[in-house]
Design a protein around this ligand. Structure first.
Ligand code: ADP
Ligand code: MG
Length: 322
């Protein structure tokens, strides 16, 4: 059994394979960057979804699975300031999977191409005890790639869309949500059909100075932590500013806001963007909502809820304990 954490393992691989090619930015960001002299830069990312870990094949809608498997990769390309161009699809086929499920999967992949017209250019099929979908996505930046490491002191921290929806959707699905939600279908849809923010990042890169960006896969706090760590500065986060879907949760949120803000802080798989900019970002109406939730500053994480400071150690016990 491997005892080290996911991040320790990535670090170990990173140390074992230092890049010597100056045209490459390798491990550490949402996607790698390859710069071929005199050509446009290329962005490359890969993500895998496994039965039993990311979904349950007996329950899953394979059309949605196909959509989501591509969406999470497109989201990583968007987080680098780019758009998708080419995909490679690898399937690990187990005995449990049938033809109609595969047809559903392919329909889902085709559906997302209506919105993001990438080409599927190859892949691999293997037999596997556990069904899995592994995708490699290649894209190009609209301007320069946006790195996690580019945040500067005093940058405003912004998030796109609403945060925590996917985690609430998963809790509804698992029947572990504490309250009756006003519109559960909304949260389930947000969990199964993430919206990669390609249009938003195009607008932002063309109209604003964006210093750093990451997409939320692990949870807002953890992913903001990656920007902070890679940029070598701290941040101040105003927890009550996190845009949770108050109107979709219903009036309950007023009585137990912290229960839902916890999903905003730690719920994963929103595939919204966290980005930092020295500018006050203003967006046209057609763009998704963008909310300022704090500033990059100092050298540690400072979290506040309605002005009251909360230490990260205290937060580990769960935000609802406050
Ligand atoms: P994301 O959540 O954006 O997909 P990850 O947390 O999966 O990012 O990965 C963080 C970084 O570590 C990425 O740059 C990724 O390419 C790299 N990485 C992850 N797993 C491996 C691996 N097995 N070998 C090399 N690099 C890896
Ligand atoms: Mg990412």
């Amino acid at each position: 059994m491997v005892k080290i954490s996911e991040f320790e393992l990535i670090e170990k691989i990173n140390r074992a394979f230092p890049n010597h090619d100056k045209n490459v930015i390798g491990i550490g960001d949402d996607a790698a960057v390859i710069s071929i002299p005199d050509k446009k830069k290329e962005l490359i990312t890969t993500d895998t979804m496994i039965n039993g870990v990311h979904f349950l094949s007996e329950k899953a809608d394979f059309e949605k699975l196909g959509f989501k498997s591509m969406a999470v990769n497109i989201s990583d390309i968007a987080a680098m300031g780019g758009y998708p161009l080419y995909a490679l699809l690898t399937l690990g086929i187990s005995d449990k999977i049938n033809d109609s499920q595969i047809d559903g999967l392919l329909r889902g992949i085709n559906n997302i191409r209506n919105e993001f017209p990438f080409e599927l250019i190859g892949g691999d099929i293997v037999k596997s005890d556990v069904f899995f979908i592994s995708i490699t996505m290649i894209g190009e930046p609209f301007k320069n790639p946006i790195m996690r490491s580019g945040a500067k002191e005093n940058d405003f921290i912004y998030v796109s869309g609403t945060i925590g929806d996917s985690g609430i959707g998963l809790a509804i699905e698992k029947e572990i949500i504490k309250y009756d939600i006003l519109t559960p279908a909304f949260f389930l849809e947000r969990h199964y059909k993430p919206s990669p923010r390609v249009d938003l990042i195009e607008y932002l890169t063309k109209n604003h100075s964006i210093h750093s960006c990451i997409d939320i896969s692990d949870g807002l706090l953890q992913d903001l932590g990656h920007i902070s760590e890679m940029s070598g500065i701290g941040f101040e986060l105003e927890i009550e500013k996190i845009p949770i879907s108050r109107d979709k949760i219903g009036s309950l949120v007023l009585s137990d806001e912290r229960y839902f803000l916890e999903f905003g802080l730690s719920g994963g798989e929103d595939y919204e963007l966290i980005f930092t900019s020295p500018e006050a970002v203003a967006l046209p109406k057609a763009m998704p909502l963008v909310t300022q939730i704090g500033r990059m500053t100092g050298n540690s994480a400072v979290l506040r809820y309605k002005g009251k400071e909360i230490s990260p150690k205290e937060l580990k016990k769960g935000f609802t304990h406050f």
